[in-house]
Design a protein around this ligand. Structure first.
Ligand SMILES: [Zn+2]
Length: 686
């Protein structure tokens, strides 16, 4: 029994295959003489499966009395998330006042994983599925019949509207040699526990380079061994892995939730400071005007252009407009000439990748040399996601750039590597990395034209951002000089100015990057005049220009930065302040999100405690109802005590956060008042 327990832990928590464990056992049976050890692999697998079956039955309360309310799924072999809302289990709707309803929504994410396929191999006659319909998958037969009854989706020319939704694309490819091509799963969004009966097999579709969703990173290590298993055994294995994953998550809640609370509290305070800083940098009447404005999307001109105060304006001739126009032209060209589609999107992806690479670099720099473990993990997962995006991009490259050689005017980009080292520089190989005649010889000059237009769009947008941010910066400086006195107010205003400077420099970077590419792409005279070198001394506000202008006599030579020359002088009185409106609304929303996050964490802590308490009560109830055998009774009592211990542990570590009045959740306070006294549960004697 101990051996099988250990075997189970190695295959779940340890993420090891049965084969590897078997090799270890062969070694320890007779070190140095593997040949004299009998091959018992099949027996091991067989025994383990039976052991697992019996263990699952026991944990599901098999043969024990069913609780009239709590045993909703008799024989349930899944383990639901303890921190997510489950009505009449870890909370009751009648405890929640209407204004707190919003915090009781359950959020789920859905994603497909195409590494968890099954090879189309002969199925053993003895391949039964013990968990069929009882744990994470719907009943096999019913599900297969349902899938067959669904009509084939029509092949359409239309691309999915969402470019980045991986599971939505290319779902009609049948992959040879695999009878199950992957798994789809619902997981709770904040803790990534798999939802009971929330997994399905896919029989079609295959995708490349999925992003490293955390739950799949873990599950992928099981993909190798499960791909060889029979359909029944495979489902049992996946259910066991999902169940164990959920169990581990539950037993880690006492660490993860308080840690998240502390981090969120820090961000909450920072964001509040930032928002107050911004607020104090403007005249009161402006703030009042903004405070009364709704953030709901508006369709003011009734032209289908929805806007909110949270959005940057979509610019004429800017990147997004150009992208939309180019894609429309492309669709038309594809229809008329049968040209390959997707080139515009591919080039746009390349440009956006360049920005992401730069952002990651900036983020790493901002973290400094000693990031916390969580920060490092976050950065690393972003790095991996970016790596995947680059891989997909490079795969598509051949389709568009055809047989072209290596770039002859390369534009290598720095890429953050593991443990703050640098990885190999990335060369995306866009048309701008080639000389014009090389592109012409390879027959892809058309792509250079597309890139040229998109680059102009990026330059236009970035330049406009620079101007807008400079305007905002000037507004803050003006307000500070005219109205603010005292250390605190001045420091706050200076911090706003500082933040703006960082943003201005980022916009400048984007501008220079695309301008650099544009210069490689045979720019026109107009390009050279419109998109000039943007030096640091060009980043001066219009106000500085006007002041200098007023001081110079003759006005023969001015130092006005070229960026303002093309712009009409702003005549609206509040022009400069309005440039900061988006910033103000965004900072307010960010603060609200952290506030909400803290409330949700309080809710999750109480729910975890209450889930554990429910299991404690349920197993105690099972021990004393329906006359169980002495062995089963003692098992039920032990299980009850186990959950009781988890509940007390969770309460112990959560109390400080729950009592923190940084945010208020009445539901949590009321429950604490009724159930906890002096830090321990009030035991109701029966
Ligand atoms: Zn959850």
């Amino acid at each position: 029994m101990h051996m099988l327990d250990g075997y189970d832990a190695f295959t779940t928590v340890g993420r090891t295959s049965g084969h590897k464990i078997n090799s270890v056992m062969v070694r320890s049976a007779k070190p140095g003489f593997p040949d004299v050890v009998d091959d018992r692999y099949r027996e091991l697998m067989n025994t383990y499966r039976k052991w697992l079956y019996i263990t699952k039955l026991r944990r599901s309360g098999h043969l024990l009395e069913l609780h009239p309310k709590l045993d909703v799924h008799p024989g349930d072999q899944a383990f639901d998330c303890v921190a997510c809302p489950c009505p009449e289990f870890n909370f009751s709707w009648n405890e929640v006042t209407e204004d707190e309803w919003v915090y009781f929504r359950a959020y789920y994410s859905y994603d497909g994983n195409f590494r968890a396929y099954r090879k189309n191999k002969k199925v053993d006659a003895g391949d039964v599925c013990f968990s069929d319909g009882l744990a994470y998958f719907p009943p096999m037969q019913e599900y297969e019949e349902w899938v067959k009854s669904q009509p084939e989706p029509k092949k359409s020319q239309e691309k999915p509207t969402c470019d980045n939704h991986k599971a939505g694309k290319d779902n009609s490819v049948k992959f040879a040699g695999r009878d199950v091509t992957g798994i789809g799963a619902f997981t709770c969004t904040s803790h990534s526990c798999v939802a009971p009966r929330g997994m399905v097999n896919f029989f079609k579709g295959r995708l490349e380079g999925e992003g490293p969703e955390r739950v799949w990173v873990h599950f992928n290590e099981h993909s190798g061994s499960t791909s060889e298993q029979g359909p029944g055994m495979r489902l049992d294995t996946w259910c066991n892995v999902a169940c164990d994953w959920g169990f581990v998550k539950a037993t880690e809640m006492h660490r993860t939730l308080p840690a998240r609370f502390c981090e969120a509290k820090k961000s909450h305070a920072e964001q509040l400071r930032e928002h107050e800083t911004l607020t104090s940098s403007f005249p009161r009447r402006k703030i009042q005007e903004w405070e009364s404005e709704s953030i709901e999307p508006k369709n003011e001109n009734d032209d289908g252009n929805w806007t909110t105060p949270l959005m940057d304006p979509v610019l004429k001739g800017g990147y997004y407009e150009t992208l939309r126009e180019e894609r429309e032209t492309e669709t038309e060209a594809v229809r008329l000439t049968g040209r390959r589609s997707g080139a515009v999107r591919w080039i746009a992806d390349g440009i956006e990748l360049e920005h992401s690479l730069q952002n990651l670099k900036d983020e790493q720099k901002a973290l400094g040399s000693k990031p916390t473990a969580r920060q490092a993990e976050l950065l690393n997962s972003k790095r991996l996601a970016l790596r995947d995006r680059i891989d997909v991009f490079m795969q598509k490259r051949v389709l568009h750039m055809l047989e072209i050689d290596e770039p002859d005017q390369p534009r290598p980009l720095e890429f953050v590597g593991e443990d703050s080292e640098w990885a190999e520089p990335v060369e995306l190989g866009l048309p701008s990395s080639y000389k014009a005649d090389t592109l012409a010889k390879a027959g892809v000059s058309k792509l250079a034209e597309i890139e040229r237009r998109l680059r102009r769009g990026v330059c236009t947008d970035a330049l406009e951002s620079v101007k807008r941010l400079l305007g905002g910066k000037a507004a803050v400086i003006k307000f500070k000089n005219q109205h603010l006195s005292g250390q605190v107010a001045t420091t706050r205003a200076e911090s706003t100015i500082q933040k703006h400077t960082v943003k201005i420099l980022k916009a400048r970077q984007r501008y220079l990057n695309s301008r650099d590419a544009l210069l490689n792409l045979e720019p026109t005279e107009k390009d050279l005049d419109q998109y000039r070198e943007l030096r640091n001394q060009d980043l001066q506000t219009l106000k500085t220009y006007f002041e200098e202008y007023a001081q110079t006599t003759g006005h023969g030579r001015t130092s006005m930065s070229w960026i303002w020359r093309s712009a009409a002088a702003p005549n609206k009185e509040d022009w400069q302040i309005d440039t900061l409106k988006t910033e103000w609304f965004r900072s307010r929303e960010r603060f609200k999100r952290w506030n909400e996050q803290l409330v949700l964490l309080k809710r999750e802590m109480i729910m975890s405690i209450r889930s554990f308490r429910q299991y404690q009560d349920l197993w105690e109830w099972k021990a004393s109802n329906g006359q169980p055998s002495p062995g089963m009774r003692s098992y039920a009592l032990k299980r009850s005590a186990f959950f009781g211990k988890l509940a007390r542990q969770m309460l112990g570590v959560s109390l400080e956060c729950l009592k923190d009045d940084v945010v208020h959740l009445e539901w949590a306070n009321a429950w604490l008042k009724d159930n906890v006294s002096d830090g321990v549960f009030i035991e109701i004697s029966t």
